[in-house]
Design a protein around this ligand. Sequence first.
Ligand code: CUA
Length: 367
Amino acid sequence: MHATLSQEHQEHKLDAGFWRATVVLAVISALGMWGVVVFPIEKYLPEASGISVDIDWLFKFMAFFSVPILVFVNGYIVYFTIRYRNRPGRSLDQPGSSIHDYMPLELWWTAVPTVLMLVLGILSYRLIPQYYYAQAATTNSVTVEAIGHQYGWEFRYPGLRDPVPDELHLVTGVPVTVDITSIDVIHSFWVPAFRMKQDMVPGMVIPITMTPTQIGKFEIVCTEFCGVGHSGMRDRYVYVQSRSDFDAWYAAEKKKQAAAPTEITAAVLATGDAAAGQGLFSQKCAVCHNAAPFDQRKVGPGLGNLFHDPAHPKLVNGMPAIPLDVAKLIEHGFQGPMGVMPSGQMNGLSNKDIADLVAYLHTLHVQ
Ligand code: CUA
């Protein structure tokens, strides 16, 4: 009886095989940690804002200590699984050895992760204020508004009458506060190159601050599932420009807005081209509307019988389904029980575009 017990004890001593495995895992860990230190993140994702360098450092700090935890925990699982596997001839219902706690080990594997978590928490906490509110009030900072909608972005600049769809223009080296909100559902505004991400919440304005540091074009991505067109909320860009390039863009935008006719007229409507409208429909409308009967909805109703549907003689805004009223609905957008449709301006549609769309919709007659 005693002999059996001591034999079992022997079997579970940390033997040469254990130490060999430990050395192998240590080498893998060291290689992984070295890889983390030398990996050039900025080569794959530009560090285009002031905070991005700090964020990448924090990420590397985290990854550096995650490597040994990942390697040792999983490495030992694999090693022990093989080393103490069931042997042929040993019956499956034979009791295993009883293993007791080992205080020094328990202390270490509690203390080390606790310290790591605390340090990580403190480092993260020190970075957060750089994001929110920090340089908001410096003398040369600018404020723009970013508004999310299904499915695009709208940016409002000081001094510009109309919002600019899907293009955020910034000046390199100039701190900016972006007031973030949404018109319909929760979106999330993410510019990976800036290492910043902020939920856009309807009814809330959340200011974030940063300083773009690199001239270039950086993608904006929506990272909150916001409806069927969510995956389309990318391929829109932040343009970080020199002061003179920005001023040139701003002046051109201002001129364009001043020249834009404000209300669509029957004369413009008469120039509508159905073929051009079909292309626009697939680019701008098809995310939310099918060219199909009313009940085949995506976000909004099917528009295949817009002008020829006895069951729906009126538009969602109560106006009759005639070309000029359809054009005005596209121009001004709609908000009501059926959902939200952004204005033509937010969709980047000129009055000629609207005329083309109406001409195309007029040709549709589906069953
Ligand atoms: Cu907007 Cu997802």
